[in-house]
Write a protein that binds this ligand. Structure first.
Ligand code: FES
Length: 356
């Protein structure tokens, strides 16, 4: 009678060990680093320069890949010096198995620098689930304006590439307005020019903000040039300062969707510290004001869950029990108790109690 429980115990042990996905992955990846029970993995098969400090990686994905829709973002996870780091990028699907990842090297950006300078053909990277609402094909408006600044061009490229590939572009009046510092920063220029030649209803303009003769930041005149916006869908992607201006200037559009991929330098001049009470981990921490709560908690050696770090994926969202916070993107303050808070884009204005 005592044999059976022993066998069960051994079996349970084996089952738990063998079926633990991480253990299985560890062993199967000894044979093929692209095999996984659950991870979306991709191997770099091509690397090319797209513009100044910008590269495009062509990546062959494994069978687990959940390809996002054109315009969406994916978490991209790489291991650098034994640390798993995650950043968010827009991917462009080019066929059944391959995606392109175009990214710009960001000063002090560990992941972008690694992908631009160190990553080689054959390296394997991991993806997270796609997310985001920059999806012009899911909206009925046929007049569409795409506003892109810097790396904000990548979701726009992905949408236009897909519309061309699927033959749908002819159904849209689509205007792409693209801001860069210098002309050498323009990515996909020949592609957009070719599309503009082929489709009379597609227009493409580049604005160089730091080339003396052509300097032209987003302003009222650009809105006026777009004409009546009442039936127009506007999508904007770029640094948060650009996206905020676009949101204000294009307020008359029927639909406005945006994603900011960097936080503008804080205008919050707060100094000093506040006390944050973390209810789940039962800690009280003194953290600096004037920076995002995510950053402040990380500086205090906490490891809150985070993904995009720019207010899109919602992974860092937590329940705020009490206290006043300020949104870094739009400077709005929130003193509502019991509200949901994205700690990557909010800073503390008072002592806080968070369910973390
Ligand atoms: S980490 Fe993505 S919204 Fe905060």
């Amino acid at each position: 009678m005592s044999v059976l429980p022993k066998k069960n115990h051994a079996l349970n042990f084996l089952t738990e060990s063998v079926l633990d996905q991480r253990v299985v992955n560890f062993w199967v990846q000894k044979f093929n680093p692209m095999w996984s029970t659950h991870e979306m993995l991709g191997r770099i098969v091509k690397k090319q320069s797209t513009a100044k400090d910008m590269v495009t990686l062509t990546i062959r994905c494994n069978k687990r890949m959940n390809f996002g829709l054109p315009g969406q973002h994916h978490p991209v996870i790489v291991e650098i010096a034994a640390r798993r780091l995650e950043r968010t990028y827009s991917l462009n699907r080019i066929d059944e198995q391959h995606v392109e990842l175009t990214l710009k090297k960001v000063p002090q950006g560990a992941v972008s620098t690694w992908l631009c300078n160190v990553a080689e053909i054959g390296d394997v990277i991991e993806f997270g689930q796609p997310y985001g609402e920059m999806l012009c094909v899911t909206h009925p408006e046929k007049d569409v304006i795409l506003l892109a600044a810097g790396s904000g061009i990548t979701p726009m490229y992905s949408m236009i590439y897909d519309l061309v590939k699927t033959g749908q572009l002819k159904h849209y009046r689509l205007k792409l307005m693209y801001w860069v510092k210098h002309f050498e920063d323009v990515a996909f220029h020949s592609f957009f020019e070719k599309v503009a030649q082929q489709y009379p209803e597609f227009t493409y303009q580049v604005f160089c903000t730091q080339d003396a003769q052509t300097s032209s930041r987003l302003n009222e005149q650009h809105v006026t040039d777009c004409g009546d916006l009442h039936d127009t869908a506007v999508f904007a992607c770029g640094p948060s300062g650009f996206v905020n201006s676009a949101c204000e200037l294009f307020h008359a559009a029927r639909l406005f969707k945006s994603e900011a991929f960097t936080l503008s330098p804080l205008e919050i001049s707060d100094t000093g510290t506040v006390t944050i009470t973390l209810t789940k981990s039962q800690k009280m921490l003194e953290v600096p004001c004037g920076i995002s709560l995510l950053e402040a908690l990380e500086q205090a050696n906490e490891k809150p869950v985070a993904g995009c770090r720019m207010g899109i994926c919602n992974k860092c969202s937590c329940h705020k029990v009490s206290g006043v916070t300020q949104n870094i993107l739009n400077q709005n303050q929130n003193s509502e108790p019991g509200s949901s808070l994205r700690i990557c884009i909010n800073s503390a204005k008072s002592d806080l109690v968070l369910d973390l």
